[in-house]
Ligand binder design. Structure first.
Ligand SMILES: [Zn+2]
Length: 339
């Protein structure tokens, strides 16, 4: 039986759940499940997903995967169960971090520019009657262990939550660019969204893109009704492209697959970002500039890129070879391609 039937029982425990329960699993089994939680799918929008891993049940919201561990009237019983779990986590996952949930109390009423992203997980920590929690890094994710700490509770709860570490990390802002970009994309403010959009457009940095891709449904929702404008080319269509590009990140496809779908990928800039190499040119009777042959630095796929002028300079990327997955290929001895 699940300790947590739906989202509301995490935020607002109801009477029906007030049976003493601690999951039947060893510390080893709990950690094995938490390590698998990082690969769980994320829901669309605000729905909750239910899942089962190695016999343990949990739920997923847009923010985090939650594995309930205990809900028990005896605080000591919960502590006895948790102690070896935390000890094994220290041993296996390395440095333990502290998250002080009492510091982050922003709400939906807080102006977007001042909203601290840590307020969202902090509210969930507090909903389990805890003031703080401990967490470990699992790659770009965090495994957050929350245990009720208020004395004299009828029910003492414990749960593991897995979420992007950008929601928790107490780092200087410039050390967590994905968190900053996410805050911009969720801000509802045109200028911040557009500025973040072009940063996402220009990067292949997985440290930035992977955490953002997790929040794609949330970003789509938060940007859906914002008037973005655009003089010659609609910023709305630019944003749609950038969000589709984030979708490529989750699919595992090489990001060069985005080139044919957008007209602002300047080959010279992409070469400057070390995303492609310009390996040759082909004359084009219709255009002032010859077409360029570009090779993707990550997968080796080749494109012929036409440059044209309308009200602005545009580029049309035509695949010459299919994008390849797998490790990067680095080739030298490039020869000129013909049409
Ligand atoms: Zn590629």
């Amino acid at each position: 039986m699940s300790l947590m039937q739906d989202a509301s029982s995490l935020a607002e425990p109801d009477e029906a759940d007030e049976a003493d329960e601690i999951i039947q699993a060893t510390a080893e089994q709990v950690l094995a499940v938490v390590e698998q939680m990082v690969d769980l799918p994320w829901p669309e929008g605000d729905e909750w997903l239910e899942w089962r891993l190695d016999g343990l049940e949990g739920t997923t919201s847009y923010l985090m995967h939650v594995l309930p561990l205990a809900s028990h009237s005896d605080a000591a019983a919960v502590a006895t169960f948790i102690a070896p779990v935390a000890a094994l986590a220290d041993q296996r996952w390395g440095a333990r971090h502290h998250f002080d949930a009492s510091r982050f109390t922003d709400t939906a009423a807080t102006p977007a520019a001042k909203y601290d992203l840590r307020s969202a997980p902090a509210a969930l920590v507090r909903s389990l009657d805890a003031e703080s929690a401990i967490w470990w890094r699992l790659g770009t994710d965090a495994a957050l262990l929350v245990v009720s700490s208020v004395p004299g509770l009828q029910l003492n709860k414990a749960a593991f939550m897995v979420l992007s570490s950008s929601w928790l990390a107490d780092e200087a802002p410039d050390e967590a660019p994905s968190a900053l970009l996410l805050a911009d994309l969720l801000s509802g403010e045109k200028d911040r969204i557009i500025s973040a959009m072009w940063e996402v457009f220009a990067t292949r940095d997985r440290e930035i893109l992977v955490p953002l891709a997790r929040y794609l449904p949330k970003i789509r929702q938060a940007t859906a009704d914002v008037e973005l404008g655009g003089m010659l080319a609609s910023q709305r269509s630019n944003l749609e492209h950038v969000l589709d590009r984030l979708g490529l990140v989750s699919s595992g496809a090489c990001l060069c697959a985005a080139y044919p779908a957008h007209q602002f990928y300047d080959p010279k800039k992409e070469e400057g970002r070390q995303h492609v190499r310009i390996v040759g040119t082909v004359p084009n009777q219709q255009q002032w500039e010859p077409d360029r042959i570009c090779e993707c630095c990550d997968c080796g796929a080749r494109f012929q890129v036409e440059q044209g002028e309308y009200h602005y300079t545009w580029w049309k990327w035509r695949p010459l070879t299919a994008p390849r997955s797998g490790r990067a290929r680095r080739r030298s001895g490039v020869k000129r391609e013909r049409r």
